[in-house]
Design a binder for this molecule. Structure first.
Ligand code: ZN
Length: 71
């Protein structure tokens, strides 16, 4: 009888832990999405919004491509 209760407790804990982990991963993903959105900037040549991680930085401005940079 005690063994059954123990097994149930372990299973319940595993299910809870998996559910909690899933939620945490989702939150991290959402935060990353916001982070990428926060670092979007407008290309001064063509007006396209590009993420700063992919943009070319020149004179403190973010360009979407070398073509816009050299214009
Ligand atoms: Zn551009």
């Amino acid at each position: 009888m005690i063994f059954k209760v123990l097994v149930f407790a372990v299973v319940a804990y595993i299910v809870y832990a998996m559910f909690f982990k899933k939620n945490r991963e989702k939150n991290v993903k959402d935060n990353n999405g916001e982070y990428i959105e926060d670092t979007m900037d407008e290309c001064p040549t063509c007006g396209t919004y590009i993420s700063k991680s992919e943009a070319i930085l020149s004179n403190g401005k973010y360009y979407c491509s070398e073509k816009c940079l050299n214009k």
